[in-house]
Each structure stands twice: as structure tokens, then as C-alpha cells.
Write a protein that binds this ligand. Sequence first.
Ligand SMILES: [Zn+2]
Length: 328
Amino acid sequence: MCSFLLTSLLRLLLLLLSFPSLLLAGKEGRNKQPQTPPVSCIKSADNHNPPLLLNKSPQKELRDGRSSSSSNDDLSILGGSFSFATNCHAKPPKGSSYEGFTTMQEALLAAVHDAVALAQAAESLPATSVAFTHYFKGDPQHANFVAMMRKIGDQSDAYTVEFDCASGKPCGPQSIAVTDATVGEPSTRKTIQICNTYWKSGATRYLLPGTSTSPDPPYRSKQEWCTSKPTGGANYYATAGHSLLHEFTHLDTLGKQAGLSPDGDGRHGTGDFQKGCELNGARTQLDSWVKDTKGVLASPDYNAESYAATATGKGILLLVVAPAVGNG
Ligand SMILES: [Zn+2]
């Protein structure tokens, strides 16, 4: 059904296996990585995923039975506890792929659903899974990954987030979203600042395709996921849910529950340590870490995008391509 994607995954696996085995046992990420920045953000340039043709027709309902209610009543079904600042009640900016949504809150809620779905799809990944070994290696990384996914997809309010759509500080010109990574408890409300770039970036332009056959963007069709020449390579598969999942891993309380060690300021959340963008950058981070005989680089379980990349790899197989293939 998606032979190109499966073939590519196999090729990438073979490529990884071809690297010399330079992994040093017992390398720990937190103590050997640069200090976690005071705030965490995605700084993905728009040119990774050039705009595709957008359907400007109004979107009348959300897919998959997702509630289009502007209330927070239905948010308890999600992994964490979510709320939205009143500035998220405004319509998404013109030119955004989300123009069909009535409010930014609706669009963000759809992305939250995707993030949770990706986490739930990935939480039982074995350490030998291709989706895992593309971006991580062994334990404790696997244990930390599984715990992180379970907490993000958990229904016991493992974290509390408020989205703010003002695009204020600390958003930078390249920022998609910025998460408050300071120390807090699961019930401590932490703000994720949604930046203007979020509404137009290639990394957040699309939601996962649902069971609906609606061709309306921002739902990339199942056929498009299997294109033979994805623009931007693996980064093509980044989605809004992928990017929010990335942000969630920055939360101190989730890092702590996942088993990550604190940095010098007591923060347990992940950082942004990879040099490249999105999935490709996460792949390079693993390669660099494996080759890092001096032990100065952060291990992938301390890198936010590594989690999002693996969850997306699994999510594409399980949720998009063919559930029968994605199992296991
Ligand atoms: Zn980040």
C-alpha cells in the first residue's frame, strides 16, 4: 500500500546498521550535554515542507468525531489537562492551512489529539523496532521513551498545559512554539506559547489523516503520505501533532515521570540538542552520539525531536499506512 515508505524505512535501517558499533555502554545524557536552554522551542524553517495546494473552503466539522466545541469539557479524555487562553478564540491567521477552522483553539485541539494518538501508538514499541532504532539505541533510552509516551497518552492528568496564542515573548521569528520548561508538578499549569510561525510552517501545516475521506487540508491524504519523492525527505512527515508532542517532552514533570535526570536547574524535560531540523536532525543526533567517544553530546532521550520522530515513524505505520503492518 505504501511500498516507497516501507522500502525507505528498510534502507534507513540498513544504513544505521552499517555504522561502526561505537556505542559506549553506560553513557548518560544529562550530565554530558550542554545546559538546557531556559526555554525550549522548535526552530524549523518553513522551507522543509513547501506549501502545497490549499483548499480554502470552510471546514464544517472536525474529523474522527473530534469535538468542535470551544469549551474545555471534552479535554479530560486526553492524556494531559489542557486549557486555552482567550486569545486562542481568534480565527487562525490568513494564509494558514487552518483557515477553515473557526478558532485557533479548535485547530490546536485537533493537533493535541494527534499528539496523544502518536504517543499512544508508540508507547508499546519494542527496543528492536525500526521506528525506535532510527532515533534511539538501547536502554535506558528505551525505558525513558516508553515512559514518556505512556505519560503523554495517559488519561490520569500527568501534565497540565495552557496554550497561549498571543505569539508573544519568548517567540522568536523562527519559533513555532515555546514551552515553559521550568520545574513544576503534574498539576502545575505550564504555558506553551504558540508563535505566528506555527500557522504557516511546514512542520505544523498538516494534521494526521483521519478515517474521513475528506480531501480538505490540513489533512494530507493517505496517498500523499506515500509519495515517491517526499519534499524534504523524512522531514516531510512532520505534522502539527508531531510538533506538539515534541513540545510536551520539554515539560519538567513529564521528563521526571519518564525517568530523565535533572539539569543544573532541576529541570527534567528534554532539550533541543540536534543540529538539523525535525526527523532528519534527530537521526543525525543519534549518529553523532554513537560516534561521540568523548561523551560530550546529549543522548537522544534528552532530545525532544527524537521522541517526536520515533512516535511519528510508528504513527505513520500504525495510523496511516496499514495497521496490520504497523503492529509489532
Ligand atoms: Zn524544542
